[in-house]
Design a protein around this ligand. Sequence first.
Ligand code: DX5
Ligand code: ZN
Length: 229
Amino acid sequence: MARNFRIAPSILSANFAKLGDEVDNVLRAGADIVHFDVMDNHYVPNLTIGPLVCEALKKHGVTAPIDVHLMVKPVDRIIPDFAKAGATYITFHPEASEHVDRTIALIRECGCKPGLVFNPATPLDVLDYTLDKLNMVLLMSVNPGFGGQKFIPYVLDKARKVRQMIDDRGLNVSLEIDGGVGPANILEVAKAGVDTFVAGSAVFGAAKDSDPNRYDTVIGALRAELAKA
Ligand code: DX5
Ligand code: ZN
């Protein structure tokens, strides 16, 4: 398979007290994208980070794409702030927006790449009318809100469906998966048509010491599995 695979560590599981160093270290270890989980204690039962932290990472010198995963409701108010803060992708859950088409257009107008996120049990029908307007489809393979949960296997079937839709329409849309991904299952996920892999606890939980090279082993293991696809 000649897909261009990308690894997107979720900083949700990073050490927030050393966030700049953590991001530098995973990127140095070979990660491609920074997955940035935004939770509002309303759409999901947890509270994380906002545009100020995104801006701080940019000022720190992060040049890799920042993949902002909005788990917030409402969505639109915060989009221009993330665009100004340096987001590359902005993805949102269709359930969290009253007007999905408008939100996609807003992300684009702000200069960012829009994506839609589907919870495990959320059907894909919104894609019938939106897929050609997106840069990313993100499939949740856990229920959103927390890192370290178990991968939900039926999402593989959804991944195959979305891959088919993208290929049938000849679109250049990334297919990303988020939740419970690690070296043990990344190959299976890749074979279902996914090209961009979020991994939080599998990456940042890999080692707990202060060795700046501690992420090399796990990123290397993920790449080695992907090489078999
Ligand atoms: C969950 C977040 C994920 C989370 C994944 O709501 O969207 O990005 O960090 O964590 P792991 O890889 O540990 O399942
Ligand atoms: Zn996420």
